[in-house]
Write a protein that binds this ligand. Structure first.
Ligand SMILES: C[S@@+](CC[C@H](N)C(=O)[O-])C[C@H]1O[C@@H](n2cnc3c(N)ncnc32)[C@H](O)[C@@H]1O
Length: 300
């Protein structure tokens, strides 16, 4: 049987949450449930509320435990959904961003380079924008933006031109259509890495991952109790930069906020000055862990 997901930095992240037996914890990226289950092991009368926008994760939900609640929604609705449960303050929040191993092993959702399937790439299959739309309808400027920002191509024009020229002849419908549009621009040896970057950029755009993360972090700040901890594992430099700035300054500008009198105000104490990365053993046994960076802070 294929495993849904092997949790990354599992013990390190849950230890960093400083779980107390009666606390309320939110796991905003439930996936296969690894982090939620370990938190449940550490609480007594507390509560774990989990979010995941992909309805496939509902099959991993934890039944017969009254301390656990699963919400099949985007974590950008954090405060709204918690309010519906009567929860207005929490003691810790963990986010393990991106997609699960399941998304890459599934052969019909468009996330994987390996399988030929329609360019979908939506984690929430009820949302309107999919990979087909991004690849076939985005203008050149927007395509260039995503390949620059989310795939780190300094000059993505050759990719954009190839896509725009191919789609003027025929819709780019599947993952393999996209690969054959671009395969002449990269050596055979580097194809996997090249396409992984391209697919990642489209996926981040389709799921609006950067905006959702910003919304999440701002809401987490509002509802964390003093001494409540925020633990974020990210897999992409754009995400990690946002998390780093937010934990340090409480904003995304990478510069301190000042109050009326010019005093610097900081909402968090940084627990990790440098990101925690998985051990070599973990990376060797779980390839998805290789780009993980974990940051932790505590509400003041
Ligand atoms: C890396 S996996 C989490 C794995 C999980 N920690 C575990 O131990 O199995 C990320 C999960 O978060 C979900 N996800 C990503 N962005 C989300 C968002 N904005 N709102 C809700 N769920 C999201 C994905 O569907 C995926 O299942």
């Amino acid at each position: 049987m294929t495993v849904f997901h092997n949790s990354v930095l599992l013990k390190e992240s849950v230890n960093a949450l400083h779980v107390s037996p009666d606390g309320i914890y939110v796991d905003v990226t439930f996936g296969g449930g690894g982090h939620s289950k370990l938190i449940l092991d550490k609480i007594q009368n507390g509560k774990v509320v989990a979010f995941d926008q992909d309805k496939e994760t509902l099959k991993n939900t934890i039944n017969n435990d009254k301390r656990f609640i699963m919400i099949n929604k985007n974590f950008r609705f954090l405060k709204e959904e918690l309010a519906l449960l009567g929860v207005f303050e929490i003691d810790g929040l963990i986010a393990d961003l991106g997609v699960s191993a399941y998304h890459f092993t599934n052969n019909n959702r468009g996330f994987s380079l390996k399988y030929d399937s329609v360019l979908d790439m939506r984690m929430d299959t009820s949302s309107k924008k999919d990979g087909l739309f991004v690849v076939n309808k985005y203008d050149q400027k927007n395509l260039a933006r995503i390949f620059k920002q989310y795939a780190d191509f300094n000059n993505p024009n050759f990719i954009v031109d190839a896509i725009v020229s191919a789609r003027s002849r025929k819709i780019i419908k599947t993952t393999f259509d996209l690969k054959s549009t671009l395969k002449h621009y990269v050596s055979y040896k580097n194809q996997n890495q090249f396409f992984a970057r391209i697919f990642q950029a489209i996926r981040i755009e389709v799921n609006d991952e950067i905006c959702a993360l910003k919304e999440l972090l701002k809401q987490a700040l509002d509802i964390l109790n003093p001494k409540g901890r925020l633990v974020v594992i990210s897999y992409h430099s754009t995400e990690d930069k946002l998390v780093k700035s937010f934990m340090k300054f409480g904003n995304f500008l990478n510069t301190p906020n000042q109050d009326f009198f010019g005093n610097i105000t900081k909402p968090f104490k940084q627990i990790t000055k440098k990101p925690i990365v998985p051990s070599l053993d973990e990376v060797n046994s779980n390839n998805k862990a290789r780009s993980a960076k974990m940051r932790v802070c505590e509400k003041i």
